[in-house]
Design a protein around this ligand. Structure first.
Ligand SMILES: [Fe+2]
Length: 339
C-alpha cells in the first residue's frame, strides 16, 4: 500500500470511530440526505448503498461472518425513511379490477417525465459529442450489466407460474441461447468504440437507480413493488432507446455495433406487457394496486434521475470547456496585441 493510501485509511478509520458518537442520529442524517436529493449527504448515501449492493452481488450476504446485521440495520433505516418521505401513490378508487388497473397504470407510465426527458433532444439534434456519448454509455452500462440479476432475485419471491415469464425474459437477456449475444456482451463493442467506461464517469443518480432496483426487487415484501418497477422500466425503454439508436445510426455505426439497442427496441415492450400480464392474477387488493403504482413511479423517477445526472454532467463539462476556450482566446488576443 502506498504511503498516502495508508494515511488515508488511518484517517478514515479515525473518522469512522468519531462518527459512532453520533450513531443514534443515523436516522436523522438519512432523512436529511433523502430530503435533499442531489446534496452532498444524498450523494454519499447513494455511493455507500451502491457499495453495499455491489458487495452483496459479488460476494453474498456475509451472514455469520460479521457485519451482516449492521448492513441489514443500515438498509432497514434507509428504506424506512425512503418510504416515509415517498409521495404516496394512490390508484383511483373506482378501479377494482386488476386488468383495468394495469391498463390505467400503463397510461401513467407513458405519461411519466422519463419518456420526454430533455436529454433525448441532444440525441435527436445530433448535439452529442463522441466523449459525451462515451460518458452516457458508461453510466448506462452500470445498470445494464446487472439488470438480469434483479430479474433473477425477484423471481425467488414470486409464484411458480409467474416465473415462466421471468425466465423467458432471462433467456432473452442471455442471447436466446447464444451467449455471445447476451445483452452485456452486445454492449461491450459499442462501449469500446466510444473509448470504454471509467469509474469516475458514474453519477450518484446512476447508483440511485441500482439501489432503487435492489430495494424494489430484492428487499421489498411481496411481488407488487417489483412488478410495478420492472414492468414500468421495460415498457418505457423502447421509446427512449429508439432515439439513441437513431443517433448511433446517423453516426454511421454498423448494425453489429448497434445491435444492443436494436434488440431492446424490439424486445422490451413485449417484456413489459408480459410482466404485467403474468402479475395480474396476483393483484388482488387496492393495496396491491397502490404498491404496484408506487413501484412503477419510484423506478421511473430513478431512471429519469439517471438522465438528469448525465445531462448535468454534459452541461457542466461544456461550461468548463467554454471557460477554458475563453481564457485561451483572451491570452491569444493579449499576445497579438503585445506583438
Ligand atoms: Fe437487456
Amino acid at each position: 500500500m502506498r504511503n498516502e493510501d495508508s494515511k488515508l485509511l488511518e484517517s478514515t478509520k479515525l473518522e469512522l470511530i468519531k462518527s459512532v458518537r453520533h450513531i443514534s442520529d443515523f436516522e436523522g442524517i438519512v432523512r436529511e440526505a433523502l430530503e435533499n436529493k442531489g446534496g452532498e449527504l444524498w450523494v454519499e448515501l447513494q455511493r455507500t448503498l451502491f457499495h453495499l449492493n455491489n458487495k452483496l452481488m459479488t460476494k453474498g450476504y456475509s451472514l455469520g461472518v460479521g457485519g451482516a446485521s449492521e448492513e441489514w440495520k443500515i438498509r432497514d433505516v434507509i428504506e424506512k425513511v425512503e418510504k416515509d418521505i415517498l409521495v404516496s401513490y394512490v390508484s383511483p378508487a373506482e378501479l377494482t379490477d386488476a386488468e383495468e388497473f394495469v391498463s390505467w397504470l400503463k397510461i401513467k407510465i407513458s405519461e411519466h417525465r422519463v419518456n420526454s426527458h430533455p436529454l433525448f433532444s441532444y440525441f435527436d439534434n445530433d448535439d452529442i459529442s463522441k466523449e459525451e456519448m462515451r460518458y452516457f454509455l458508461s453510466n448506462y452500462r452500470v445498470n445494464m450489466q446487472r439488470f438480469h440479476l434483479h430479474v433473477a432475485a425477484y423471481s425467488l419471491v414470486v409464484p411458480f407460474e409467474m416465473r415462466e415469464e421471468l425466465y423467458e425474459n432471462l433467456h432473452d437477456e442471455f442471447g436466446e441461447g447464444d451467449f455471445t449475444k447476451a445483452h452485456p456482451n452486445l454492449f461491450e463493442p459499442l462501449m469500446d468504440h466510444f473509448g470504454g467506461a471509467l469509474e469516475e464517469d458514474w453519477n450518484p443518480e446512476t447508483f440511485n437507480l441500482l439501489n432503487t432496483k435492489m430495494n424494489l426487487c430484492w428487499f421489498a415484501d411481496g411481488l407488487a413493488f417489483g412488478l410495478g418497477g420492472m414492468g414500468a422500466l421495460e415498457l418505457s425503454i423502447p421509446a427512449q432507446q429508439k432515439r439513441i439508436l437513431a443517433n448511433l445510426r446517423r453516426r454511421g455505426l454498423s448494425e453489429k455495433l448497434v445491435e444492443f439497442f436494436v434488440v431492446h427496441c424490439e424486445l422490451d415492450e413485449a417484456h413489459g406487457d408480459g410482466w404485467f400480464a403474468a402479475g395480474i392474477p396476483y393483484l388482488k387488493s387496492v393495496e396491491d394496486f397502490n404498491d404496484t403504482y408506487t413501484g412503477a413511479m419510484r423506478m421511473l423517477e430513478a431512471r429519469a434521475g439517471v438522465y438528469d445526472g448525465i445531462m448535468a454532467g454534459i452541461e457542466s463539462n461544456r461550461k468548463e470547456l467554454e471557460e477554458i476556450n475563453a481564457s485561451i482566446s483572451a491570452v491569444d488576443s493579449e499576445l497579438n496585441t503585445a506583438n
